[in-house]
Design a protein around this ligand. Sequence first.
Ligand code: FES
Length: 355
Amino acid sequence: MNQISTITADVYWTDDEPLECVSVVPEIPGTSSFSFRAPSGRPFNFRAGQFLTLELPVPDETLYRTYTISSSPSRPRLITITAKAQPDSIGTRWMMENLKPGMQINARGPAGQFTLDSGKVEKLLFISAGSGVTPMMSMTTDLWDAGRRLDVVFINCARRPSEIIFRQRLEEMACREPGLDLKFVVEEPDPYRPWTGYQGRFNQLMLGLMAPDFLERTVYCCGPQPFMQSVRDALSGFGYDMAGYHEESFGAPPDQSSAPPVADLPADDLPEIHFATSGRHYRCEPEETVLLAARSAGLPIPSGCTFGICGSCKIRKLSGEVHMVHNGGITPEDIEAGYILACCSQPLGKISIEV
Ligand code: FES
């Protein structure tokens, strides 16, 4: 009997159970894949393109770090994130040096809106740079495992050929699936290794060459902000209908433009936070978020993404109003129950929170 078909919703892993590390696989220098199982054996329920927030017990504190899942929901017994340690990294560096098979850590999620429309069979264009390839790997594997005929142009940009994450796995899939059209772009070749593919920074000219029918494709883009900006510029410069464009916006601040200017508030409504649990009062700077205010008051609130997507800064508001511009990190039910995301909420007048 097909094991997956027997899984019902109540037996899936939930984030009140820790994750147990089962493997740490180096992908390229400075980048590793960390796979986890549920100690209870429960399978994972998520959609390709979603992310997990890990609680990393670095010395003296807990760091919350958000990583896109690189494994596929079609293989639900394990969940894998693939992380690149930037030079100034603390959390990912801790994982590289300390996380070993058998260790358990807490996690929150899976969550996120950067997912395929499962109801549609589409012509897709995946464009990623560096570790932005992880959600694309998950999506491609998911489509592959579903037995769907792929029609995917898969573009990945890296500094050098040796820094292309998942290159071998992708090439093996493309060897067996003509509908997976792989294109790699590198900024420079590796020393003493000829590179015959695209070279330079991603640009409009490359887009036209790599995916001549891109106007017909739904686009998913993930990578650093300047890279995603260049992709948006290339697409819109060619008249692409941006309604078909999706990006994973880690690092993007929420749009605060609709926040009411603090100066317009009545004087006795100037923002002030009562931290009810600790009994402290704090007068906010104009447009200060609850997260920053708590930090300034010496009452740090756990946080991960800091732009309203991961949910790790969720706290209960006891009274007062906030202006919250989130990116999907909180559910309508949570808001109804009085919760806010501290990182993207500005107090409107006096508020009281459970911190
Ligand atoms: S820190 Fe991620 S939602 Fe606030």
